[in-house]
Structures are given as C-alpha cells and as structure tokens.
Unconditional design. Structure first.
Length: 394
C-alpha cells in the first residue's frame, strides 16, 4: 500500500500571543496490492411510491451489479415497504446461478408504506457473520424515494454510526421528490458513508454500478487519523474535504483525537481540513501542534502539524493561501449540500475579503452557489464533491 501523510498550515509563523491556524492533512493511500472481497447488501425501497418505472429501474440496477461481481464476492438483497423481505440471503456469488438471482429480483414488487429503518437493520444483519479479514470491504447500498413511517434523521444517524462500527459503510441514494433529504444525508454523513440524489430513474443503475466498482478499488478499509495534540491546542471545525465534503466529530481520549476516514481507494487522495487554536508562548521557536498518524490495513504513516513562534513581522505576514482556500471551499460545499445557500454566501464573503473578488476560487464558489440556489437536490449533492477540469468528480 505504502500510504503517505502530508500536512500544511495557512500560517506557518505565529505570534507569541497565540492565534488560530487552519491545517490541511492529505492522505495518499498508495496502490492496491490485492483486490478485496466485496460483501454487498442491496437495500431497496419497495413501497407504493416506487411502483412503475422506479421499481423497474431498481430491478435492472440490481441485475447490472450481477455482472460486476467476482465469484468470491457476497451479495444480499433486502426489500422493504411496511414490512421487510430478504429477497436473497448473503450468498457467495460463485455459488449461485445468475438466472436464479435474476428471477428473485424480478419478483420484487412495489406497494405499501416505508419502513426504511427496519430495512437497514435487516441489510446489516444479512452481512453479519460472514467471513471477513483485512481484505474484506462491506457496503450497504440504500435506495429510497420515501419517508420512514416512524424514525427521524437523528435515529438514522445513530443507526449509521452503529453500522459503521461494524466495518460497514452505507451509501445512501434518494430519488424523486418525496424522500426525506435529512434522513438520506444523515445516513451518508453520520459515519463514513456517502449520500447522493438521483435525478432520474436511469441514474439508479449508475449509482449501483459505481458503488460496487469503487468497493473493488479499496486499498484499506477502516482507516483513521490519530492526532496527538500539544498542551493548550484546541481543534475545531473538522471537515473531510475529499471524497465528499462533510463535517466530522473527532473521538477524543485525553489529548488524542481520532478522525475516522472513508475507505481508502486506489491512488485516490483524501483530505481533511481543520482549525487549531494555537496557545500563547513565552519564547520563540518551532512547535509541534499535533503528531498525525494514519493507520490503515495494519500499516502506519505519520506527519506533524507545526508552526514557528516569532516576533518577526515579515514572517508573520506569510500566508499559505491554498490551505485557507481549501478550508473555505470545503465549508461552502458542505453548506450547499445541506441546502444552506445563505450560509454558503457568508463563507464566500469571507473568501472575498481574504483572497479578493474575481479570484478563481471565489468565482468557482459563487458559480456553484448560484447553481444550487437555482436547482434542487441533485445540485446539492453534486456540490459536495470536488470536480476536476475534466469534469470528473474526485
């Protein structure tokens, strides 16, 4: 794997009286040494609102997955309306006839209410007890167009955290106009999953296919960053910037903060941005604010977040603009993902004050905010991801 950790701060020189700095941690996972065994649970909304083209596309999306699986992979399929049905128990793909699997999917019909919570519990249970090791990647792929009959977003956030602790990532997709957006977003962001909006029934196949293919490119599941911070240093505003802009609540034990990362994908850099309060200090010199350790698949990589205390005004004026821009852009993308256009505009005003109107980063943030303000849920979910010059999301 040969992972690497790179760190930087927006203000490498700080006054002895203390200040706040923005830090950026990039995680380079390296190359995949061996393909993982995928354990995939499809969790499909089969309520009445899915009748017609939606349930047909969901069935076709499931069949599309069949062509992407390796014989050593496992697949389960759970459908839910008022009740939950296990369409296919977790089965090693090499032991099942594809035609028989297609027949099972064809029998899924739409009708009734929406008990998404029970559906997720059953999908999770379907993966429980399967053989696993450090090369196992586990996914629940949720598709819904409705609202749960009983549970709210906070209930789903807690469920997502419980499932994540078992080493299972949730990728949640909402389709249509009736699903509860806060629920889908909570499932994708409360732990280490992802969330998305599907604008058209035809997007279902793409969602399933990309999720399964990404699972096959995992370098290391259950990766995490550990930050051991110096006395007096406070950490705040922690965000995952890549692969999807999301806020993070670090887990603290004394002076050690743990930031859990999405599964590391082959040669795909991840990025975390955060704020650190630098305490006052009587003397000048270089200080390590935090020791950073990446743990992934039994390997470790380390780095340091450092600053130098100084009285030199010329040095104090030095500023690494890219770090601050990355932080502001991440905050903007996070707020846009929530539909908070006003909050995003406030962040853009701060960017403009620091970096100037007309700069590339400010103009890009303005364009994205305008797109979201004029669009809908699809534009919100797209705004949370970095887009390259080629138009491909990283």
């Amino acid at each position: 794997m040969t992972a690497n950790v790179l760190t930087d701060v927006n203000r490498p020189y700080v006054p002895r009286g203390g200040t706040t700095v923005t830090a950026e941690i990039e995680v380079e996972p390296g190359r995949q040494e061996r393909p993982p065994t995928r354990q995939i649970a499809l969790c499909l909304d089969a309520s009445g609102s899915m009748a017609g083209e939606l349930i047909e596309q969901a069935r076709e999306g499931a069949e599309w997955i069949f062509g992407l699986l390796e014989p050593t992979d496992y697949l389960s399929i759970v459908a839910f309306d008022n009740e939950v049905e296990t369409v296919l128990e977790a089965t090693r793909w090499g032991t099942i006839d594809r035609t028989a699997a297609v027949d099972l999917v064809t029998e899924i019909s739409a009708g009734g209410g929406t008990d998404m919570y029970s559906g997720l519990l059953e999908a999770n249970a379907s993966l429980d007890g399967l053989p696993s090791d450090e090369d196992t990647v586990r996914r629940i792929l949720l598709l819904s167009d409705g609202k749960d009959n009983r549970k709210d977003a906070d209930d789903f956030a807690e469920l997502a955290r419980e499932i994540d602790r078992e080493g299972i990532r949730i990728e949640a997709a909402g389709i249509g106009t009736e699903y509860r957006e806060a629920t889908i977003r909570s499932l994708g962001t409360a732990a280490r999953g992802e969330w998305t909006h599907l604008a058209r029934p035809g997007d279902i196949e793409t969602f399933f296919g990309e999720a399964v293919e990404d699972a096959g490119s995992v370098v290391a599941p259950d990766a995490e960053l550990e930050l051991v911070v110096d006395n007096g240093v406070d950490i705040s505003e922690v965000y995952r910037a890549i692969p999807q802009a999301q806020t993070v609540d670090p887990e603290w034990e004394r002076n050690q903060a743990t930031i859990r990362l999405p599964d590391l994908l082959d040669r795909e850099t991840q990025c975390v941005v955060l704020k650190l309060r630098v305490p006052e200090r009587a003397t000048t010199g270089t200080v390590v604010l935090a020791d950073v350790t990446l743990t992934a698949r039994g390997e470790t990589a380390s780095g340091e977040i450092t600053v130098e205390y100084t009285d030199d005004n010329d040095l104090l004026a030095e500023h690494v603009e890219t770090v601050d821009i990355d932080h502001r852009e991440t905050v903007v993308r996070t707020e846009l993902g929530r539909g908070n256009v006003a909050a995003a505009q406030t962040e853009i005003e701060k960017m403009t004050e620091i970096h100037g109107d007309g700069t590339e980063a400010v103009e890009a943030a303005k364009r994205q905010t305008q797109i979201v303000s004029e669009g809908g849920r699809a534009e919100q979910s797209e705004a949370t991801r970095v887009v390259t010059d080629e138009g491909v999301q990283e």
